[in-house]
Each structure stands twice: as C-alpha cells, then as structure tokens.
Ligand binder design. Sequence first.
Ligand code: NAD
Length: 280
Amino acid sequence: MEDLNLKDKVAIITGGAGVLCSEIARKLASNGVKTAIIDYKEERAAELAAVIERGTGSRSIGICASVLDKKSLTAAKDEINRALGSIDILINGAGGNSPEATTGVEQMSSKEDEDLSGTFFGLKIEGFDRVFELNFKGTLLPTMVFASDMTRRKCGAIVNISSMNSFRPLTKIPAYSAAKASVNNFTQWLAVHFAPAGVRVNAIAPGFIITDQNRFLLTDEKNGSLTARGKKVIANTPMGRFATPDEMAGTVLFLISGWAKFITGIVIPVDGGFSAYSGV
Ligand code: NAD
C-alpha cells in the first residue's frame, strides 16, 4: 500500500484561522506538509502559523487575503511560491452562514394572521448574496488562482469543505444549504475537468461542530445549554454527539494522500450517520 506521501508538499488552507481549518492545518503540518494559512483575520493567521511551525517543525506561514478578492489571492500566491515553493494541495475552507439568510421559524404556521417576518418572506436578499459569494465564489476564485501550479505539474489535490446539509437542506438556512449544494456540484464538475491534468478534486461534508457561526442556533447564549434545535440535531445523529474538528482533519488527510489516489469527484459525509438517518 502507498504511504501518505505528504512530506514537504505545499498546502494552502483558506479560512485557515477558523475552528475547523486550523485543526486541518495542524494535522497536515504534523504529517510533514508545509502550510500557508490564508484568512482575513491577519493576526490570528500569523499566530497560528507560528504555533504550528513551533509545534510540528514543518514550515508554516500566515497570509492575510480574502477569498473574494482575486488581487489579494494573486499576491498571496506570489508570496507562497517565494516562501514555500510550488503549490500541491488546496483546502477551500472559508465559508459560513449569515443570520440575514436564516428564518426565525422552521416552518410556516397554518394561521392566517401569521407574522411573516420570521418566515421565508422575511429573508434578506443581501444575506443570500453574502452566503452564495462566500461559499461558492469563495471556493471558485482561490481554485482559479492556486490550481495552475498543480495542473502545470500534472499532480495535486483539492478538497472543498461542503456541509451535510448540501444533501438534504436543514430548516431555517436555505441560502447556506443551496450554496453548499453548489459546492458539491462544482466539485464533481472540476474533478472531471481536471482529471486528465492529474489533479483530484473532492469534498467533505461535515456534520455539526459547534463554532461561532452556528452557536446562536444550537446553544442558548445565556447558559450554553442546548437549544431545542441543538437537541434535535443530537437526537437525529445516530452516533449521538457533535463532531470534532479532528475528525474532519483525518478525512481531509486521507483525501489528499496517496491512499486516495484513484478517488476524485466525491463528497464524503463526516456526520456520525446524520445524513443516513430518516429520524424513524
Ligand atoms: P469558522 O468561522 O471558525 O472559520 C471560517 C474562517 O474563514 C474564519 O477564520 C474566517 O475569518 C475565514 N473567512 C471568512 N470569510 C473569509 C474571506 N472572505 N476570506 C478569507 N477568510 C475568510 O467556521 P468553521 O466552522 O471552522 O467552518 C469552516 C468550513 O466548514 C466552512 O466552509 C463551513 O461552512 C464548513 N462547515 C462547518 C460546519 C460546522 O458545524 N461548524 C458544518 C459543516 C460545514
């Protein structure tokens, strides 16, 4: 069997200062990968890179850029090529939801005088724009800028971070669900397009991990206990708990490694069985 085959490869992790992707960066670095952490939180990216380099001995740099700004990504690529060399791996991790694209209620009621502000009719189109921009364009644009190193050398791996609600939409978050579904579709499209150029393109679909972007939906801000929605998530997860960032990192590591060298165009759910369970 092939080994992981990752020593001294160069990886970019967008959204790398976040909860999930910082763990992915750490896991890659502890397997000998040189990492470039791209985030618009400049200080956090730089601090994390320093901690990773100290802790793992693998070179790591933090770079301030926005996944929605081609100019800043092109400047980042120059810096990464100078500091670390040609790019082998891209993890498209920046993404998230917006409260403006989230309904207050899960379903409309049957009342004629229902207050519509918490329903579909109260959603803000600006919220939809923001969520589609970040999740879809924020995957597309970094791929356009960074993947040319891989196609030129006929070797490389891209992993997009989707979500398990891309398979079946969750209530309340229509923009996020649809935007992540578009990431799955793009993953398949690009996998076909890049296959002759030796670049594999896959995605993971994480289940629920508590982070800043979903804490307001899953836990009570005042006392940290689970909301009714949080309890529902656990009840519908056959393995009975939230996921940990480390569990996402393991699957990403597999997908970029030699162990997955004949895998392209797939989306792996890492969700404790949530997407397999009908609830009955
Ligand atoms: P997070 O908010 O901790 O991390 C996201 C990071 O992206 C942040 O550091 C943020 O600064 C950065 N970012 C946002 N906009 C950016 C931009 N324009 N340019 C550069 N960086 C930008 O969230 P997370 O939960 O770690 O999410 C990581 C990925 O996992 C996202 O794509 C998210 O949609 C996906 N995901 C998360 C969960 C979950 O339960 N947390 C579930 C499924 C999928």
